[in-house]
Design a protein around this ligand. Structure first.
Ligand SMILES: [Zn+2]
Ligand SMILES: [Zn+2]
Length: 282
């Protein structure tokens, strides 16, 4: 088998883009409204995902692929880089679109996917958008989004260079759509700009997905890079400006629920719930 022209290990350097953008956001004062809770929660999410679930789920998915598809190890290694990239990229976008959309279905009261919304809600509870929000994910989100297990599957199939390129493109795009600045604000005013917004998710489109009130639409724009699936399946939204609010309406859950749901239910319950009953007891 030929050595891949670019490996997953090479792709990891793209994480540095986060620090470059973060530095820009700090020195221009864009993070002044973020709280210590925001930074603490994001750091906890980043560490627990990076150290535990992402490697664990990736390793598990690789083992599963070898067990279920023993005859297909390296089966895609003859594909040229552009073809391997297209397969990995479009498959990841398509699966992500549906998982992301179903997680928002769970927002509806009493919906059977309410647990999936609780896993995704952590990413949405940020009331300020900046590049750190990319890492603000519940510890189990990596199990449902395709980026970890599809990466493992495609590497097993011998398409490491294609999937490494996919990870780089997705991370760069995620960084652009979560940074504080919505650089595409004027795009909506031109025909070409509106056409582009039917193909790719721009920063203002993803900001709208994090928002509510005027120009906010949490039930639209589920794609990560591509808007074509939103367009095809009726969830495309082109905002005309900044959302009036970011975050999720209502009370914020406990930080442990945000980071670790449903494991927080294993933690000992506070006695506070029993207090009113004791107070009214004769
Ligand atoms: Zn979402
Ligand atoms: Zn987001």
């Amino acid at each position: 088998m030929n050595e891949p022209v670019i490996t997953i290990a090479d792709a990891l350097w793209i994480y540095l883009a986060t620090f470059v953008v973060l530095f820009g956001e700090i020195i221009t004062g864009q993070l002044k409204d973020c709280t210590k809770r925001d930074f603490g929660l994001t750091l906890l999410c980043f560490l627990s995902n990076s150290a535990i679930t992402r490697p664990l789920f990736g390793f598990g998915a690789g083992l599963l692929a070898a067990w279920v598809l023993p005859a297909y190890a390296g089966a895609g290694s003859a594909l040229p880089l552009w073809a391997a990239f297209l397969v990995a990229f479009v498959a990841s976008e398509f699966v992500f679109y549906w998982v992301h959309r179903w997680s928002h279905e769970g927002q509806k009261k009493g919906h059977r996917l309410n647990w999936l919304w609780k896993v995704h809600r952590t990413h949405h509870s940020a009331t300020e958008i900046n590049v750190t929000v990319v890492q603000r994910q519940n510890i189990f989100w990596a199990l449902f989004t395709p980026h970890i297990w599809l990466t493992a599957l495609f590497v097993y199939l011998g398409m490491e260079a294609g999937v490494a390129l996919t990870l780089i493109v997705m991370y760069v795009w995620n960084t652009l759509t979560h940074m504080h600045w919505r650089m595409d604000d004027k795009l909506i005013n031109t025909r070409v700009g509106r056409a582009i917004m039917h193909v790719v998710i721009t920063p203002s489109m993803h900001h709208a997905h994090h928002g509510y009130g005027k120009n906010g639409k949490m039930y639209k724009n589920f794609g990560l890079c591509l808007a074509v699936f939103d367009w095809a399946f009726g969830t495309l939204y082109l905002p005309e400006g900044k959302p009036s609010r970011y975050g999720v309406p209502g009370e914020q859950p406990h930080w442990a629920e945000e980071a670790f749901y449903p494991l927080n239910h294993l933690m000992p319950k506070k006695k506070a719930a029993a207090a009113p009953a004791e107070a009214t007891a004769p």
